[in-house]
Design a protein around this ligand. Structure first.
Ligand code: TMP
Length: 205
């Protein structure tokens, strides 16, 4: 069944673990599905990911950052997501366009309409059917991560990560039919249970 499922949240929220867990569950049930992540998921996307994640002497302005995330997205949508949905596969994506609103608008302060417009062009009509937000105070998420001085986003201060979190929560409140907000301090198995309950409902619709 062509379902587009996304996981969102701040650093160290556990979304990669939960997206993998859901993917394995679908595999066990022989439900055709793919697991991808953003930025990345294509050869070009993985190169862009390195540029965006690794702190280096290359300076990246907020506008360039917005365009790079969306360059990776446009390639992923055109090369992978549309084809998979067409084949009837479920697509599980670790981050998608909502991350750009949270990080580049709420975090970096770029104009909201601009971010929406660039996201719209790159997403080419792909919109998640359901989005799981794994939410926790950023102090908790960041403390779960191995300190990585090489990560451009982990280097940002707490205030940046608080704005990102508030942005995610605001988006979830504005579109409650699509978003499922889960306390990411719950146990992994409890979170997986909440995710599965919602996905199972979508499959039975
Ligand atoms: P992650 O895959 O480990 O979550 O790393 C991706 C990083 O990129 C994370 O810090 C969030 C950030 N990001 C944005 O700032 N904007 C975006 O559009 C996306 C997809 C990710």
């Amino acid at each position: 069944m062509p379902l587009f499922i996304t996981f969102e949240g701040g650093e160290g929220c556990g979304k990669s673990f939960q997206s993998k867990t859901l993917f394995r569950k679908l595999e066990r049930l022989a439900i055709p599905s793919i697991l991808i992540h953003e930025p990345g998921g294509t050869l070009l996307g993985e190169r862009v990911r390195k540029l965006l994640k690794q702190a280096s002497d290359i300076s990246i302005s907020p506008l360039t950052e917005l365009l790079l995330f969306n360059a990776s997205r446009s390639q992923l949508v055109g090369e992978v997501i549309q084809a998979s949905l067409k084949k009837g596969q479920a697509v599980i994506c670790d981050r998608f366009a909502d991350s750009t609103i949270a990080y580049q608008h709420y975090g970096r302060g770029l104009d909201l309409q601009l971010v929406h417009e660039v996201n719209r062009i790159a997403s080419q009509g792909c919109r998640p059917d359901v989005t799981f937000l794994l939410d926790a105070p950023p102090e908790i998420g960041l403390s779960r991560k191995r300190p990585d001085a090489q990560d451009r986003f982990e280097q940002e201060d707490l205030d940046f990560h608080r704005k990102v979190r508030a942005g995610f929560l605001k988006m979830a409140a504005q579109e409650p039919d699509r978003w499922v907000v889960i306390d990411s301090t719950l146990s992994r198995s409890k979170i997986a249970g909440v995710v599965w309950k919602r996905v199972e409902r979508l499959f039975s619709n």
